[in-house]
Design a binder for this molecule. Structure first.
Ligand code: 4AD
Ligand code: MG
Length: 459
């Protein structure tokens, strides 16, 4: 079907004799002798104003056309005498694709609560706010691919079905083709199952990513990730997207630079490309969003070791729910304090105690900490987690046995240390958390098209 996108129509350099647009009616206003329709086709935040004059072909088709109806309009593009828009269309013909009953179509009001809109996740992208968020989500994905492509990284598609628990946290969704009564506990499990061994949805593509980094040099993954954690927070989802670069010959400092550069690149990208959507979010969702992101670029990123971070949290005089102490993981309240109040910028915390980190992280010379790094950002806390990897065979084996990792699950990973082992590093960035940073949206459920969290699988 030939049509012009509204974003292009609104950017016209002059009037046009004939233009065709398709979209959904946002509002209809009737006056004596004519009607105004505001049409949105999702190509941009702005609507196109359409004037339907009495006596035209289009007028005859107006019956029942209300908010939510899908239409096609052919007409002429003229300069608009009204305020707020440069161009408007005077309709010659109007075709209705689908009406929307005003008594049951839920998006009648101008504003709805986020909670209500979550119950109609199939319709919420038709609102201004969610349209803006999901256009920006798309742009952010392009920014990520751009960034790695410019640096010569290959995009690797790591498997979603896996037999190994990369993070060792045991938060995996089990995958089986056995009928429920034959699952765990039955003699058939796991030998009689599809893979002949326990299978799960991946919590990270890192281990497979390392294999490819140790062949192609620099790689990244960008795909769905699954975690059956029950934490009911605004930052955790059961299904989310993660970006995981892995680079041979990179040490922890190269890794930090890569991570900081990625965040800065994504921020710059949306500031350049998402002007209208960001303005809306700045006005209605997160006041100060744009200035905050600009400041982030201007101020630069801070770095602090875990040890220093704990000390300055303890000395801060701030009343935390959980006091910071060496040896414990940083809580979100600590992470946000560091980024928001102390450094007032994103900050990378590095060299965590080995006891709170997974087996694959490289042991530092102190024997107590590992070359881990978390990048924390204002409003969210942890955006990125990564490390330099343990490339020394003996130390890796020792760590695996301390943590009870089974050799039969990881033999191929260990092989990478047997044959041409190299120093290498990587990290994982939660894509939704990046989108939250860029859009100012405070709940992960509102940046996922159809969020999956504990107890939620409606759509
Ligand atoms: O810190 P995490 O667990 O690190 C890893 O999975 C490593 N294997 C990454 C690597 O080194 N290649 O997760 C990385 C990031 C977190 O910083 C967070 O942004 C995001 O993934 N994340 C989640 N996002 C949404 N919902 C969840 N349940 C998340 N769990 C982690
Ligand atoms: Mg982490």
């Amino acid at each position: 079907m030939q049509r012009s996108r509204i974003i292009d129509v609104l950017a016209s350099s002059g009037p046009a004799e004939s233009v065709t647009v398709c979209g959904w009616v946002r509002t209809r206003r009737d006056s004596r002798g004519f009607a105004f329709l505001e049409i949105n086709d999702g190509s941009c935040l702005k609507n196109l104003q359409v004037v339907v004059d009495e006596g035209t072909e289009a007028w005859k088709s107006l019956e029942g056309v209300n908010t939510g109806a899908a239409v096609r309009i052919c007409g002429i593009l003229v300069e608009s005498p009204g305020k707020g828009q440069k161009w408007e269309v005077h309709a010659a013909s109007l075709q209705v694709f689908g009406l929307a009953d005003p008594l049951s179509y839920p998006l009648q009001k101008k504003r709805h609560s986020d909670e209500f809109l979550r119950t109609i996740a199939h319709l919420r992208p038709r609102t201004n706010k969610y349209g803006a968020v999901f256009r920006m989500r798309s742009e952010a994905a392009w920014a990520v691919h751009d960034y790695f492509r410019q640096r010569g990284f290959s995009y690797v598609h790591t498997p979603l079905l896996t037999g190994s628990d990369c993070e060792g946290a045991g938060e995996m969704f089990r995958v089986t083709t056995l009928p429920p009564y034959m699952e765990k506990g039955s003699a058939l499990y796991p030998q009689g199952d599809f893979f002949g061994r326990p299978a799960a949805l991946t919590v990270s593509g890192q281990l497979e990513g390392e294999a490819f980094a140790c062949a192609l040099g620099s790689i990244y993954t960008f795909g769905p990730t699954f975690r059956a954690e029950h934490s009911n927070t605004p930052r955790h989802a059961a299904e989310f997207w993660m970006i995981e670069p892995e680079a041979a010959f990179n040490d922890i400092w190269d890794n930090m630079e890569l991570a900081e550069g990625l965040v800065a690149h994504a921020v710059r990208h949306v500031l350049e490309r998402c002007h209208d959507d960001m303005e809306l979010l700045d006005r209605f969702v997160s006041p100060g969003l744009t200035d905050g992101l600009r400041n982030m670029l201007d101020r630069g990123f801070a770095r602090v070791s875990y040890r220093e971070a704990v000390e300055l949290l303890q000395k801060s005089g701030h009343a935390f729910e959980y006091p910071a102490c060496f040896g414990a993981d940083l809580q979100t309240e600590h992470e946000r304090f560091l980024a928001e109040e102390y450094f007032k910028s994103p900050v990378t915390v590095y060299d965590y105690p080995k006891a709170i980190k997974p087996f694959y992280m490289r042991l530092n010379d102190d024997g107590e900490t590992v070359a881990a790094m978390d990048l924390l950002v204002p409003r969210i806390g942890e955006l990125i987690g990564g490390s330099q990897r343990e490339e020394r065979l003996d130390l890796l084996l020792q760590r695996m046995s301390e943590l009870g990792q089974k050799m039969e699950d990881y033999w191929w990973y260990v092989d990478l240390r047997r044959f041409g082992s190299v120093p290498h590093s990587g990290f994982g960035m939660g894509f939704e958390r990046l989108v939250m940073l860029l859009t100012g949206v405070s709940n992960i459920r509102d940046v996922l098209p159809f969020p999956r969290t504990t107890g939620n699988l409606e759509f």
